[in-house]
Design a protein around this ligand. Structure first.
Ligand code: TMP
Length: 211
């Protein structure tokens, strides 16, 4: 079972990933939790280039290729082996994020993004994708509150610093993808309280993979 989590900045998906792990542990399932960009040693290095505010000069195509490089490494080194061992894989962001951020929001050709993936990797498709839907005004406020609370400033805020219009395109892009694949996408109203979101997610997991 391959589960991915998607949503705008500050949508709470990473916190909810922790609750999914609790559910899997409580129900005795073996799992592997990971994220993109990152998830491998090489990927974490690529992540710092991608998210660093000092990478402002990165061109949209260079950005796209770095996300794909990260994914190729991650899929080969971690995701495929975990899936073939029968583990439940939870991945915080995946291919849909590239379609939405680099495609819908940055304006790169969606067909090019798809084609490049087809050329360089076997792209396992998620069984369930949770889309944490939220207005960017609220999401960005939450994201900046979290960043300001961090004791060590990571400087990884290149996307949070994008304009509101960029984040609106991200939200719309995700909703469009979800509309195209209603079987795979589970849209979660991330404006609810944390316990309410958790309850909804556990209910979906129970119905999809059992108690
Ligand atoms: P995170 O903060 O949720 O870990 O995600 C890092 C940032 O990278 C987030 O702003 C979304 C962005 N991103 C892309 O632009 N394209 C991608 O393919 C992925 C996986 C993430």
């Amino acid at each position: 079972m391959f589960i991915t989590l998607e949503g705008i900045e500050g949508s709470g998906k990473t916190t909810q990933a922790g609750y999914m792990v609790e559910f899997l542990e409580d129900t005795g399932r073996e799992y592997f939790i990971t994220r993109e960009p990152g998830g491998t040693k090489i990927g974490e290095k690529i992540r710092s280039i991608l998210l660093d505010t000092e990478s402002k000069g990165l061109t949209p195509h260079a950005e796209l290729l770095l996300y794909i490089a990260d994914r190729v490494q991650h899929v080969q080194e971690k995701i495929l082996p975990a899936l073939s061992k029968g583990l439940t894989v939870i991945c915080d962001r995946y291919y849909d994020a590239t379609l939405v951020y680099q495609g819908y929001a940055r304006g790169l050709d969606l067909k090019l993004i798809q084609k490049l993936h087809e050329i360089v990797l076997e792209n396992p498709k998620p069984d369930i994708t949770f889309l944490f839907d939220l207005s960017p005004e609220i999401g960005l406020k939450r994201a900046w509150t979290r960043i300001e609370k961090e004791t060590e400033n990571s400087g990884e805020t290149r996307f949070e610093e994008e304009k509101l219009s960029f984040h609106n395109k991200v939200r719309e892009g995700y909703l469009r993808l979800a509309e195209r694949e209603p079987q795979r996408f589970q849209i979660i109203d991330a404006g609810q309280t944390e316990p309410e979101v958790k309850k909804q997610i556990i209910k979906i997991l129970e119905s999809k993979i059992g108690k």
